[in-house]
Write a protein that binds this ligand. Structure first.
Ligand SMILES: Nc1ncnc2c1ncn2[C@@H]1O[C@H](COP(=O)(O)OP(=O)(O)OP(=O)(O)O)[C@@H](O)[C@H]1O
Ligand SMILES: [Mg+2]
Length: 203
């Protein structure tokens, strides 16, 4: 648990409720949480989901690992503690998006189960959709879209998930997408179909 440092702070309630904001959006606020190895396809699929939602008139937004590390989380590295803090901050931001009636789509390796469970615990039941992008390490390594596995194998990057840092697969994700056997476009459609079936894309 992160220590609460500030004292003398009071919660100020919003005049506009989340339900009212969702009515304006025409759909629910939610967090679609992608997790999986580097190169498994989180960003690729997440952005296709974002596009499909956009074309349907939904308000969604992608929060992506590297981008967030350029700004909000630029002071964090890849130790277990920093990874936990990275995910904690993203979880809180994603929650704010959901409360604003937006569908936040996050793509972070988020290798630790406890960190993802903590993110889930911030949302009401049914509003956190964990999407495990399953892909064998060998295939991720062959894809190596950012050349990171090559660097990790050469010892230029220490503590790389899947090589010399752990990845804990989800035990009960809402969705499992196998990106080694199914095209990204089909997987993205599956995510949107799931959101629709769960009643998240309407009021
Ligand atoms: N079915 C598929 N789904 C997703 N990506 C695929 C698929 N087949 C091939 N790819 C390719 O695999 C690569 C996945 O890279 P991507 O950046 O999306 O991974 P990532 O999980 O976001 O990695 P990182 O954690 O490093 O950001 C891309 O080059 C993409 O074109
Ligand atoms: Mg990515």
């Amino acid at each position: 648990m992160t220590e609460q440092k500030a004292t003398n702070i009071t919660w100020h309630h919003h005049r506009i409720t989340t339900e009212e904001r969702e009515r304006l959006s025409g759909h629910k606020g939610a967090v679609v949480w992608f997790t999986g190895l580097s190169g498994s396809g989180k960003s690729t699929i997440a952005n296709l989901v974002d596009e499909l939602l956009f074309l349907r008139g939904c308000r969604s937004y992608v929060l992506d690992g590297d981008n967030i590390r350029h700004g909000l989380n630029k002071n964090l590295g890849f130790s277990k503690e920093d990874r936990a803090e990275n995910i904690r901050r993203i979880s809180e931001v994603a929650k704010l998006f959901a409360q604003a009636g937006v569908i936040a789509i996050t793509c972070f390796i988020s290798p630790y189960r406890a960190d993802r469970d903590a993110a889930r615990a911030l949302l009401p039941p049914g509003r956190f959709i964990e999407v495990y992008v399953e892909c064998p390490l060998e295939i991720c390594e062959q894809r190596d879209p950012k050349g990171l596995y090559k660097k990790a194998r050469a010892g230029e990057i220490k503590g790389f998930t899947g090589i010399d840092d752990p990845y804990e697969p989800p035990l009960n994700p809402e969705l499992v997408l196998n990106s080694a056997s199914t095209p990204a476009e089909e997987l993205a459609r599956r995510v949107v179909q799931y959101l629709d079936q769960q009643g998240l894309l309407s009021i």
